[in-house]
Design a binder for this molecule. Structure first.
Ligand code: NAP
Length: 495
């Protein structure tokens, strides 16, 4: 962020109210992101971070709690006294139970007490079951009114658990906030590679003419994790990989790859184009689900020479659970640009490594003119790496140095930063955007609903047939995965 911060605009003063200030997300992601933003002058000096804590004793101990979290997740801040002192002066804890109506009046008084502009960012780092009651109570004390400054709401996924509940959530939120005030966060969209996808596509003339069915054989989007479900068994049992990852992160990535050039890179421009893609994704029939969708669940296995247990033996998971921890899909987009080009999506837990990437695999050259040299020609591939080591690479065929005309693959590799530790974390980028009022990288309500419509036929077909197959943890030995891509140029990328 250091180079970025030198050209970045500083947002206006604002109160950043974090509901759920004692929670995991706040401690692991929000506070470190805010501390780094403070470090790079991306929070105006008159801003406050108001942490809502349920218990009085937590209010007294909040500074120590924040210090402890930063020591773990942003040690550069706490190891520098000037930075820590400055940042900790921004912290204003307040006691409040989300269901206690009187708390919201106290919160309103605290906000009114600000001696700077009354811009307020409400961050719901709380269980989704509280989104409604909290919005309603904020509205009741007019904290959602924008008379004295802007008011913005950030909410975290899950945005519903199916189409009906997503619609219900949207309706609830829209009773109290305008759509333009709501920032539905998807941290994948804050990653440097995702923003770079827009830059590569729309700031370079070389790619766009190739970006269609005439040149692209298929697209692979992979989000692989090596961790299991950790402590989230209760949530995951109701969710599964399709709801937890595909409905949001993977479909958002697909939409950014496939969208038409927007009229401008703006919230309206980009989101209008993304929704067109989501609307054009072919809805699978029950028959197609059998051949175009694979699901599986991790069994026991070995990871880094340590035994790991199978999903069914995780905490809060039923011993006969059929929840999928892996999904692979073959999707088609019914429009002129992409007709007949499959988009392969795969995501799962307890895979051999943590890798996320978007790979564009081009068609073979029309004719191998080097057959006589016994050289094979590989299809070109453009890869945007989301993690690890954010960057992009392009694979080409080139002549091997020497006297004979032999071809070999040549990889042009471009990390986005020489030292990736200097790159902003997704939450820094996204929080900064909220403070500036730029919703380009956030989901709009209609996109969320459209994405649910894409996965609903798959969810319904899987409900009919409960059976899920198993894969050994930390392997790619997933039954049906290879068959899904059979016949397409080059098969799955080996990660
Ligand atoms: N953690 C992640 O990495 C992650 C990733 C994606 C999305 N999310 C979403 O982010 C949100 C927060 O997740 P999380 O993992 O941080 O959950 P969490 O660790 O369980 O934290 C929930 C927070 O809400 C507070 N809270 C709950 N009920 C309350 C009440 N009645 N009054 C006041 N405070 C109350 C809790 O306070 P107490 O400590 O007093 O219970 C806690 O601070 C959820 O919507 C989740 O789906 C989280």
């Amino acid at each position: 962020m250091n180079s970025a911060s030198s050209i970045a605009t500083q947002p206006e003063d604002a109160d950043i109210v974090i509901f759920g200030a004692s929670g995991d997300l706040t401690n692991r992601k929000l506070l470190p992101a805010l501390a780094h933003m403070y470090r790079w002058n991306l929070i105006a000096p008159g801003s406050r971070i108001i942490g809502v804590l349920r218990e009085k004793h937590e209010v007294r101990g909040w500074n120590e709690q924040v210090h402890a979290s930063l020591l773990k997740y942003a040690p550069d801040i706490v190891n520098n006294n000037t930075l820590w002192n400055g940042f900790s002066r921004m912290l204003h804890p307040i006691q409040g139970d989300l269901e206690d109506e009187s708390f919201y009046q106290r919160l309103s008084d605290v906000v009114e007490d600000s001696n700077t502009a009354m811009n307020v960012l409400f961050y719901f780092a709380i269980p989704p079951a509280y989104y409604h009651v909290t919005s309603r109570n904020l509205h009741a004390v007019r904290l959602t009114d924008e008379e004295k400054g802007w008011r913005r709401l950030v909410i975290e996924k899950p945005f519903g658990m199916d189409l009906d509940s997503a619609r219900h959530l949207n309706r609830c939120l829209l009773s109290y906030f305008d759509e333009a005030q709501i920032y539905r966060i998807d941290h994948y969209l804050g990653k440097e590679s995702v923003q770079n996808l827009l830059a590569f596509r729309f700031a370079n003339a070389v790619f766009e003419p190739l970006w269609n069915r005439n040149y692209i054989d298929h697209v692979q989007i992979t989000v692989a994790e090596s961790i299991g479900i950790e402590y989230r068994g209760g949530y995951y049992e109701k969710s599964g990989a399709l709801r937890d990852m595909v409905q949001n992160h993977l479909l958002q990535l697909l939409a950014l790859v496939a969208m038409e050039p927007p009229a401008e890179i703006s919230a309206t421009g980009v989101r209008n184009e993304k929704i067109q893609v989501l609307q054009s994704i072919h809805r699978m029939t029950p028959e197609e689900v059998k051949t175009h969708a694979v699901r599986a669940q991790y069994g026991a296995g070995m990871l880094d020479d340590e035994p790991v247990k199978g999903y069914r033996w995780e905490k809060d998971v039923a011993r006969d659970s059929n929840t999928e921890t892996f999904v692979a899909l073959k999707m088609y987009i019914d429009n002129w640009r992409w007709q007949g080009v499959p988009f392969f999506l795969r995501t799962g837990k307890r895979l051999p490594s943590r890798v996320s990437e978007i790979a564009i695999r081009f068609r073979q050259a029309p004719l191998n003119m080097f057959k006589h040299t016994a050289s094979t020609i590989e299809p070109n591939e453009l890869v945007f790496r989301l993690q690890p080591n954010e960057g992009m690479s392009l694979s080409l065929n080139a002549k091997q140095p020497g006297l004979t005309m032999h071809l070999h693959p040549l990889q042009l590799d471009a990390p986005y930063a020489e030292d990736s530790s200097n790159m902003p974390e997704a939450y820094e980028t996204l929080l900064y955007d909220v403070l500036l009022g730029d919703a380009t990288l956030f989901n709009r309500g209609d996109e969320v609903e459209e994405a649910w419509k894409v996965v609903t036929p798959i969810m319904e077909a899987w409900q009919e047939n409960h059976k899920v197959t198993l894969y050994p943890a930390a392997t790619w030995d997933i039954p049906g995965m290879d068959e899904l891509i059979a016949g397409h140029e080059g098969g799955w990328r080996q990660l």
